[in-house]
Design a protein around this ligand. Structure first.
Ligand SMILES: [Zn+2]
Length: 139
């Protein structure tokens, strides 16, 4: 975990605390509205579709597709120097919502738009685990 010292750590808030607790337990939690069924990410206090506050957390499958991506060659700080080059991607989850993450477990030049990926978690500290995505074998 020492290799992550100095990186930009997420700071859980009232809205996101549950999400980060889920990551710690290897669960990718997203929100679902009890009124209209809408799924959403990032976490909010109300449904972005019908404005209901009657929303719950549910465990996403963790499967998704690369919607778009870029390869980072220049580290934004010393803490990221060992990571470059790395992929920053928008992942569209099976449930619909998208999130920004990294594609890991393959060479950056092997990442493709439309590629199927699966969530994995990287422990940055005792409290924080970061969701990342690895390519699924082609079916
Ligand atoms: Zn709703």
């Amino acid at each position: 975990m020492e290799e992550h010292i100095g990186k930009n750590f997420p700071e859980p808030t009232v809205e996101t605390e549950k999400f980060w607790q889920g990551c710690r337990k290897r669960e990718l939690l997203i929100q679902q509205c009890n009124e209209c069924g809408h799924y959403q990410f990032y976490p909010r206090i109300m449904c972005t579709d019908c404005m209901s506050r009657n929303i719950d957390w549910m465990s996403a499958t963790g499967r998704g597709k690369v919607k778009t991506y870029t390869i980072i060659y220049r580290a934004i700080s010393k803490a990221y120097a060992k990571d470059v080059p790395y992929v920053v991607a928008i992942i569209e989850l099976e449930e619909g919502p998208s999130l920004m993450s990294n594609v890991v477990g393959c060479k950056p030049e092997e990442v493709k738009v439309g590629q199927e990926v699966m969530v994995t978690f990287e422990d940055w500290s005792e409290e924080i685990s970061i969701p990342k995505f690895t390519p699924l074998p082609l079916s």
